[in-house]
Design a protein around this ligand. Structure first.
Ligand SMILES: *[C@@H]1O[C@H](CO)[C@@H](O)[C@H](O)[C@H]1NC(C)=O
Ligand SMILES: *[C@@H]1O[C@H](CO)[C@@H](O)[C@H](O)[C@H]1NC(C)=O
Ligand SMILES: *[C@@H]1O[C@H](CO)[C@@H](O)[C@H](O)[C@H]1NC(C)=O
Ligand SMILES: *[C@@H]1O[C@H](CO)[C@@H](O)[C@H](O)[C@H]1NC(C)=O
Length: 342
């Protein structure tokens, strides 16, 4: 009897080890007791994640990746997302793990066999907030911080608490969340060996005199007010600056400017001289912002100059042959070293 059990287990292991395809469809897991913990999406459905278990020498390594997807700044828009993945988990079934989450050693040599977790983004305020508003038709919940807490707690129980290497990462709105949650995340892993944060397109600057950014400033201010998230922002920042002063990006949102910009960002020969000036001005403003952070002597950063919004979940940019490299190192697009031994 015992022998047969062993054979079945050996068989299962053989199947599990046979992950040769370049991507992987990973099922959705709801956080435990989501409603009781208020870890819910805009529409009240449970928050959650997709987890592909680590194996081999990656079994004790964890990569937690926060999905992005903008923000919603007014109640009608937030409510309109009830019918989409960005506001509800009702549509979350399987996620196709690619790029930095790929199970393929050739595409993703550093993380392919880690525990890889894709956290569904359905709160629309960068995994911050814990409030609710009665909309015209439905109650809308802003529980981003609760979703983040519940996901992290569930993963700690699944073994992350004794992780060897743990990375918190994310793109866009999830990359902003990565920066804002980095220190708190690290604090919850006191016995993990190494904890790092990798923010992929999440450093949104305060840029003066940059066209298109004005309406964005208003957009952020409204998001912060609606979701009541000021209190979740680092006090060291909000004591010194108005939390509303942040801008999303310099790219126009609508046609025809947007299409022109798309061409320019793919091939500089399509940029007008004023586009190029805009890029230069943005670069200057960006570095001004970055220098403020670099005053912290234990911090370091690698920044590249791609004209794209996030790279790590996109195999056009995330594979050994296509990514930007620094010497022999694969680039991390905005790498915040978090006061930890490196
Ligand atoms: C969601 O879709 C259903 C069916 O299309 C529609 O009846 C409902 O009004 C939509 N809900 C929201 C909040 O947009
Ligand atoms: C998953 O993503 C990969 C890489 O982008 C793609 O080749 C593949 O077709 C996708 N699979 C599914 C089922 O969508
Ligand atoms: C990367 O390039 C090498 C050498 O050209 C090639 O052998 C390999 O298959 C490529 N890998 C991927 C994932 O495209
Ligand atoms: C950019 O566009 C120009 C003009 O169409 C073309 O000659 C050039 O090959 C393009 N460059 C790249 C890198 O695609």
């Amino acid at each position: 009897m015992f022998k047969m059990h062993c054979m079945i287990i050996a068989c299962l292991l053989a199947v599990a080890a046979q992950r040769v395809s370049s991507s992987e469809l990973v099922p959705f897991t709801k956080v435990a007791f989501a409603t009781a913990r208020r870890a819910v999406c805009l529409d009240g459905s449970p928050g959650g994640y997709h987890h592909s278990a680590g194996s081999g020498d990656g079994a004790r390594n964890w990569l937690v990746y926060l999905m992005g997807g903008g923000w919603c700044a007014d109640i009608a828009t937030c409510q309109s997302y009830f019918n989409e993945t960005r506001g509800s988990s009702r549509f979350s079934r399987f996620e196709n793990f690619t790029g930095i989450l790929s199970p393929d050693k050739h595409i993703n040599p550093d993380f392919y066999n880690w525990n890889r977790i894709y956290v569904v983004y359905c709160d629309q305020s960068s995994f911050l907030g814990d409030s609710e508003v009665n909309g015209p038709e439905h109650k809308v919940q802003f529980r981003g911080s609760k979703i983040f807490d519940a996901v992290v707690e569930d993963l700690l129980v699944k073994g992350m608490v004794v992780g060897k290497n743990v990375i918190l990462s994310g793109r866009s709105a999830g990359a902003l969340a990565t920066i804002l949650h980095c220190d708190g995340f690290r604090a919850r892993l006191p016995i993990a060996c190494r904890v790092k944060c990798l923010s992929d397109a999440g450093f949104f600057i305060r840029a003066e005199n940059v066209p298109y950014a004005d309406y964005r400033e208003q957009f952020f201010a409204s998001t912060i007010t609606l979701h009541k998230i000021s209190r979740f922002l680092p006090a060291t920042c909000t004591k010194r600056m108005d939390p509303n002063l942040v801008k999303n990006r310099l790219v126009p949102d609508s046609s025809p400017d947007w299409e022109r910009w798309e061409m320019c960002s793919n091939n500089l020969s399509f940029c007008t001289s004023s586009d190029k000036q805009l890029i230069t001005d943005f670069g200057d403003a960006f570095f001004k912002g970055v220098r403020r952070i670099l005053k912290n002597p234990s911090g370091g950063m690698f920044i590249d100059a791609c004209y794209i919004h996030s790279v790590a979940y996109d195999e056009r940019y995330w594979s050994p042959n296509s990514t930007v490299k620094l010497g022999n190192l694969v680039s991390f697009f905005l790498y915040l070293q978090n006061n930890v031994n490196s």
